[in-house]
Design a protein around this ligand. Sequence first.
Ligand code: CMP
Length: 140
Amino acid sequence: MAIENTLSIIKPDATKRNLTGLINAKFEKAGLKIIAQKRLQLSRSMAEKFYQIHKDRPFFKDLVDFMISGPVVAQVLRGDNAVFLNRTIMGATNPEEAENGTIRKEFAESIEANSVHGSDSLENARSEISFFFAYIELVN
Ligand code: CMP
């Protein structure tokens, strides 16, 4: 397996409920290393740009409204097969479909307020990481 970097975002529903530590404990327990991290308040234009792939979806405006409703924590997770491993730990987008023990099963409030985002491919991980971080900020 290959060592990969992937982007993780802890969403406003989770930062508001003080779940950052509990969520990151799951990543670290599974062997992923947090090699960059910042807490920030997204602007509307940043959130629209980050999620532009979904701009024609009916939930786009609600998604952007939600992502700017409070602080997020953007972070880079590194490890063996990190893109897939992160998504496995997160669980299905819809918490009702998420496996027991996953972040979304335990913490998500709804399909929208689903606590975490994770890159869905290595290619998207590279562009999503560069959206938030300069190369010099990734400290392994
Ligand atoms: P995320 O992994 O951040 O990528 C896009 C987000 O859109 C997704 O998680 C969900 O939180 C949100 N979303 C809201 N409604 C839907 C929906 N019906 N289908 C898929 N994603 C949705």
